[in-house]
Write a protein of this length. Sequence first.
Length: 233
Amino acid sequence: MRQAAAVAFGVFGYFLVRGHTEGARDVALAHAAEVEGLERRLGIALEPQLQAWVAPSESLRTMANWVYIWGHWPVITVTMIWLAWHHREVFLRLRDAMLVSGALGLVVFVTYPLAPPRLASLGMVDTITDHSQSYRVLQPPAFTNQYAAMPSLHSGWDLLVGMAIVSAASTITLRVIGFVLPVLMGLAVVATANHYVLDVVAGVTLALLGHAVARRAEQHRHRRRRLTEQGEP
C-alpha cells in the first residue's frame, strides 16, 4: 500500500504543477491552428465529425461523458489498488510507466500549450461542462490547465491501465475490459471536444515509451533479485 500511496502523491504533484503552468491564450490558440492544419493535411481532422455523430444522441453523449469522467481516475485508482495488493510486479510496471510518461507529458504541457477543440473555434461544444458536473468534483479547476491538450494522458494512461489489466487478468471479462477501455477513452476524449486526434497519438506514444522504460526497470529488478538469491554482491 505504500507503493500506491507514493503513486498517488506523485500524481497529485503532477496535476498541481500542471494546474500552475497555464499557457498564454494566444500562443495556445496559435498552436491549435497548427495542429488543426497538420491534421487536415494528414486527413485525420475527425473531431467535428465524431462529435456531430455523438452529441445529438443523448445516450451516446452520456456514454462519452461517463467514459471520460469515470473511465480515468476512478478506474486508475481501483486498478492500482488491486494490482498493488495482488499483482505487485504488474503494479510496479504500471507505476513506472505512468511516472515516466507523466513527466514527459508535463514537459510538453509547459513547452507547447495547446487549446483543445472546444476552445479553438471549431464549432464544437464542451459536452462535459454542458451536461455533467462530476468532472469538476473529481478534478477541481485548481488542478487543471485548459491549455494542456497535448498530449492526451487520458488516452495514454488508460492504455497503460488496460495493458496492466490484460497482463494480470485471470478472467476473460477482465481481459475484454482491458482491451476495450483505451479504445473507448480514445473516442471519448475526441467526441467531448477535449482533445485532437493528434493529442491521442501523442498520449499513446508517450505511454508506450514509458512502458518501455518500465520494462527495462523491471528487467533490472529481476537481475538484481537473481544476483541477491545467488549471494553475489
